[in-house]
Design a protein around this ligand. Structure first.
Ligand SMILES: NC(=O)c1ccc[n+]([C@@H]2O[C@H](COP(=O)([O-])OP(=O)(O)OC[C@H]3O[C@@H](n4cnc5c(N)ncnc54)[C@H](O)[C@@H]3O)[C@@H](O)[C@H]2O)c1
Length: 334
């Protein structure tokens, strides 16, 4: 299979490319990435001499570039490319988010239709559904209405709706995932888990928004990769699949776990002014992908978070190189 993967220099995309090349010895992967501040070819350094892997620098919102590459003949597209940082979408402006997360998706859909590509997987987020009550037990299902609260989530919802329209209008063979928060190696260190690891490891304060009780459903990145693999091979065109770890943890719990793992005191935790539009709780009902595609998460949170923390501690050079590359590196909370 010839795969066109966008945003493959980011966190989940780079894990997915490695997963695919390892699991399918005959597959070829073209990674198309704009290399924004979050794109990091260092994540894929071990593939430099792999003849089944090719990198092309490009922008998913650039129709000419996308068409030039997709006209070369691909069997399937997996779109990870996105502006992903909620705080940037709030404080630095939503324009790039709309360009990539909405217009970029439409640009790919048009090319998939034009070149009759057999499958497209659109990687989206549970954040499109908005927020759940903290004390409730409900979960997002595939039929929960979209109620995004921050520009990042609204721009992702725009892309997802264009997928729905492309399938219903033109039968473009697209499947859409809505996944919960991921953790694991190669995550850009402005996001909550790596950010807390680096702050704590330097004995710096670990800042929590609001009361720290906001809940996310944490999923190990390789479990997400396995779910995307199933959607790519078995997902039914026009369908939407929720993916989650059934593993709800508050940000405060995550901070405490990291501090404990690193042998640091809880006194490093500080509470800071809450994020505007901060969603209270996310929880995913992943029963559809489990029932229909046979997916279930394999990784146990306690051991996978331990390994993740160990990975960041062993790969501090990886972060140093990011910091050197980005003169204006300015981590925010996720
Ligand atoms: N990280 C999570 O917890 C999570 C959870 C659910 C869904 N998602 C979704 O998964 C996808 C990947 O997330 P991630 O955490 O790996 O993000 P990331 O920020 O680490 O990586 C995004 C990648 O997209 C590239 N990119 C950005 N704009 C581009 C453009 N216009 N054209 C081409 N490439 C572009 C960047 O250079 C980067 O390599 C996103 O679509 C995100 O919405 C992420």
């Amino acid at each position: 299979m010839k795969l066109f993967i966008t945003g493959g220099a980011g966190f989940i995309g780079s894990n997915f490319i490695k997963h695919i090349l390892q699991k399918y010895p005959e597959y070829q992967v073209t990674n198309f990435d704009k290399l924004t501040y979050a794109g990091n070819l260092d994540n894929l350094a071990d593939l430099e001499n792999n003849t089944r892997y090719k990198f092309i620098k490009g922008d998913v919102a650039d129709e000419k570039q996308v068409n030039e590459v997709l006209s070369q003949g691909f069997d399937a597209v997996v779109n990870f490319a996105a502006e992903t940082h909620v705080d940037r979408s709030i404080h630095a402006g939503a324009r790039d988010f709309v360009l990539t997360n909405t217009l970029g998706v439409q640009t790919i859909l048009d090319a998939v239709r034009k070149y009759e590509i057999k499958k497209m997987v659109q990687i989206s987020t549970d954040e499109v559904y908005g927020s759940l009550e903290l004390e409730a037990k409900d979960q997002f299902t595939e039929s929960t209405p979209f109620q995004p609260n921050v520009p990042y989530a609204a721009a992702k919802a725009g892309g997802d709706l264009m997928c729905r329209a492309a399938f219903n209008t033109y039968k473009v063979p697209v499947v859409v995932s809505h996944c919960s928060n991921n953790y694991g190696p190669y995550q850009f260190p402005e996001k909550l888990i790596p950010f807390f690891i680096f702050k704590a490891s330097k004995d710096e304060s670990v800042p929590l928004y609001g009361d720290g009780k906001n809940v996310r459903d944490w999923l190990y990145v390789l479990d997400h990769c396995e779910a995307i693999d199933l959607m790519l091979h078995k997902g039914v065109a026009g369908e939407v699949y929720n993916i989650g770890g059934n593993n709800e943890k508050s940000n405060l719990e995550i901070a405490k776990i990291i501090l404990q793992e690193l042998g640091k005191p809880e006194s490093l935790i500080t509470f800071v002014a809450d994020r505007p539009g901060h969603d209270r709780r996310y929880a995913i009902d992943a029963s559809k992908i489990s029932r229909e595609l046979g997916w279930k998460p394999k990784y146990n949170f306690e051991s996978a978070i331990h390994e993740t923390i160990e990975w960041y501690m062993k790969n501090q050079d990886w972060v140093k190189r990011i910091e050197e590359r980005k003169a204006q590196f300015n981590p925010h909370l996720s």
